[in-house]
Design a protein. Structure first.
Ligand SMILES: Cc1ncc(C[n+]2csc(CCOP(=O)(O)OP(=O)(O)O)c2C)c(N)n1
Ligand SMILES: [Mg+2]
Ligand SMILES: [Zn+2]
Length: 279
């Protein structure tokens, strides 16, 4: 399946979970479908870590984990935890209280930098030291490559108004966490207003750059664009990818609407959205 088809499938699955359970945060889920598809289907490698600081896009994360084969029943988990919970396999951090995920991601990125792992270039095995059993004398004729897992952290744009986020931004630069990537879902809306009217966060990218991060802004619904900028890593600098998104993307009645945050989807809107998002 191509990535666009995967994204469509995830979008339909999320719509169905939200419709059947009559749960809100439809807008917040729809804006991250391509972001999470990009990450899990082409960017993240084994041992990399994903943290969603936006705990209210649980439906999308569970649908992705189901598609990856990490969990079997996204519906079951969504019924139990409609905010992201670490009790779900494949999830390391529970979200819900905004502003905390990046601090956790910083700690994990720092720990991963300290516990160096080595990949045997002969057989691909990852080990804690420069040894392997595939070649004579525990060496590898092709040598070893240093492996530092990457940590990706997703944040909402309204969430950037939390002071704690900027302490983490400062910490990441100070510790030169070049294995850390923050992804901002810049949909321009938060729960009760336009983000830049509630408390201005624009220009997001400049703010990160002034804290000595590297980064790019990109189109948040184009998988090739997102993957390109997510793959970038700069030596000794943490990285940010600001994704310009549409809250409620793919659901006409909800697109770029404040109500997409808290309204539940009705039967007619649901059926139309499923039609629009089929392959
Ligand atoms: C600390 C904290 N304050 C308030 C809330 C309530 N709340 C849940 S979602 C949300 C809006 C967040 O907006 P944004 O970060 O832009 O995310 P979006 O829904 O647009 O993806 C708010 C205020 C919360 N979960 N945590
Ligand atoms: Mg937002
Ligand atoms: Zn080997």
């Amino acid at each position: 399946m191509e990535n666009n088809q995967i994204a469509n499938k995830i979008r339909r699955k999320v719509l169905t979970m939200l419709y059947e359970n009559q749960k809100c945060h439809l807008g917040s889920n729809m804006s991250v479908i391509e972001i999470l598809t990009s990450l899990y289907f082409g960017v993240m490698k084994e041992n990399d870590i994903f943290i969603s600081s936006k705990g209210h896009c649980a439906a999308t994360l569970y649908a992705i984990l189901e598609e990856k084969g990490i969990i079997k029943d996204a519906d079951k988990y969504f019924k139990q935890h409609n905010l992201i919970s670490h009790e779900v396999p494949g999830v390391l951090f529970s979200g819900g209280s905004l502003g905390q995920g990046l601090s956790v991601a910083c700690g994990m990125a720092l720990a991963k930098k300290k516990e160096t792992k080595w990949k045997c270039l002969e057989c691909g095995t990852i080990r804690s030291g420069q040894y392997c059993f595939c070649c004579p004398n525990r060496t590898a004729t092709k040598g070893f490559q240093k492996i530092i897992p990457r940590v990706f952290c997703l944040l909402g744009d309204g969430e950037l108004q939390e002071g704690n986020v900027w302490e983490a931004v400062m910490f990441a630069a100070h510790h030169k966490l070049d294995n850390l990537t923050a992804i901002v879902d810049y949909n321009g809306l938060q729960a009760f207003g336009e983000t830049n009217k509630v408390m201005r966060i624009y220009p997001i990218i400049n703010r990160f750059l002034s804290f000595d991060w590297s980064g790019f802004q990109t189109v948040g619904h184009s998988i090739p664009h997102i993957q390109n900028v997510l793959k970038a890593q700069y030596k000794e600098q943490p990285h940010v990818v600001v994704c310009r998104t549409i809250k409620g993307k793919g659901v006409p009645a909800f697109e770029d609407k404040l109500e997409s945050h808290y309204l539940n989807i009705n039967k007619k809107q649901y059926e139309k959205a499923i039609r629009i998002n089929s392959d």
